[in-house]
Write a protein that binds this ligand. Structure first.
Ligand code: SF4
Length: 402
């Protein structure tokens, strides 16, 4: 496996337009859940207890292979999935402690683990805290029992509060709650109730996503069979606008299209993605971006474990990013942030002013009121946030001087 990885990394170096930034972020994918939710298209399976130890072994081996080639000192680690907290506590502890070997000291490290309501008993919370996890991201999704059923979530609304309190009692300081709007039959009123119920738990961070009907999911099939009805576009926009009003007023300003945080509690790990910085991804289906190479591991737990055990690369896809793509992607990702595309930062990194480079797209969208441009940078307006995908797509495609 190492030869394949090194070849790709060396090739990446030769092609890079700038010196590759050091990789300081680690993502680990745990592909098990208690049950499958109808809307989910992440790679995960119902927990198979017999598969846990081989998976944890393989994750730690995969990390050791990379680490044999270069010293890592991750200052953000994000363990997602899946639902990492369904692992038996002893295996979860082994995994987290194994990751910590390559991490920055506690006071410099942001260590996040994803969890779902009713999957964090006291013992699991204690394991998280003892391993240095100081941030949990909980999939609340809604505080309305009917909406949770539509999503095929198995928890009850009250279990979100129990999970938050269990984590707090264990000493975990930072809590994110994920919420979904645009659920069939949801109304702006019931969405506002979910937002208020979430705020009552005083989370440091909230992520609010519009529901999508991903191909191949049970929810998509129910939509196509006429068993559920998509929420009207204007109603969904109204829910998003409600979010933009409610959360900042409660002390959680927006910092990304879907993310809101108390000042200082923004997710540093996700900011690395939006700044298009390198990260190592471990585990089945995990993506990574290292030395200008984007890769994705095979989305099959048994195949992943077998590849790592046999010393083969678990990559199923890899792509050397041409410099032009890198620049365009960086611009597009930065526009997701309310801080926008910062001209000085971009110029330092790519040696070119984004306002000039993307002049055609900038002119078009400033005219229509979707984008604002000044000396500091380019950013989406409130109207632009509602059609962000359209504006960002232009930054990927308009002709430039590149
Ligand atoms: S718990 Fe999360 S990862 Fe697991 S199936 Fe549901 S949405 Fe997907």
């Amino acid at each position: 496996m190492m030869r394949v990885i090194c070849d790709l990394i060396c090739y990446g170096k030769a092609q890079a337009m700038t010196t590759p930034a050091p990789c300081r972020s680690l993502y680990v994918h745990v592909p098990f859940c208690r049950s499958r939710c109808g809307y989910c298209d992440f790679y995960s399976r119902v927990l198979d207890p017999a598969a846990v130890t081989p998976l944890v072994d393989a994750l730690l081996h995969e990390l050791a292979y990379y680490a044999a080639e270069r010293p890592f000192c991750f200052d953000t680690i994000y363990v997602g999935g899946g639902t990492p907290t369904v692992l038996p506590p002893s295996e979860l502890e082994r995994l987290l402690r194994g990751l910590r070997r390559y991490a920055a000291p506690r006071n410099e490290l942001e260590f996040t683990v994803e969890a779902n309501p009713a999957t964090v008993p006291e013992g699991v919370a204690a394991v998280l805290a003892a391993a240095g996890v100081q941030r949990v991201s909980i999939g609340a999704q809604s505080f309305n029992a009917t909406e949770l059923r539509v999503l095929e979530r198995t928890h009850q609304p009250a279990q979100v509060a129990e999970t938050v309190m269990t984590c707090r009692r264990a000493g975990i300081r930072q809590v994110n709650l994920d919420l979904i709007f645009g659920i069939p039959e949801q109304t702006p009123r019931s969405w506002l109730q979910s937002l208020q119920a979430a705020l009552a738990l005083e989370p440091e961070h909230l992520s609010c996503y519009g529901l999508t009907y991903e191909p191949g999911t049970p929810l998509r099939r129910r939509l196509e069979a006429g068993l559920v009805r998509r929420v009207d576009h204007d109603l969904e926009a109204e829910m998003y606008e409600l979010t933009l009003e409610t959360l900042p007023a409660a002390g959680l300003p927006q910092y990304e299209i879907s993310n809101f945080a108390r000042p200082g509690s923004e997710c540093r790990h996700n900011l690395r993605y939006w700044h298009n910085e390198p990260y190592l991804g471990l585990g089945p289906s995990a993506a990574g971006f290292i030395d200008e190479v984007r890769y994705k591991n095979v989305a099959d737990t048994a195949a992943y474990v077998q590849a790592v055990n046999e010393g083969r690369s678990p990559w199923s896809e890899q792509e050397q990013l041409p410099p032009e793509r890198r620049v365009r992607e960086s611009a597009m990702l930065a526009l997701r942030l309310t801080a926008g595309l910062e001209r000085r930062r971009f110029q330092e990194r790519y040696g070119t002013d984004p306002a000039e480079l993307f002049a055609a797209a900038v002119e078009r969208h400033v005219k229509t009121g979707l984008l604002e441009a000044d000396d500091a940078g380019l950013r989406l307006t409130r109207a632009g946030l509602l059609v962000a995908d359209t504006v960002m797509a232009d930054f990927l495609s308009v002709p430039t001087q590149l």
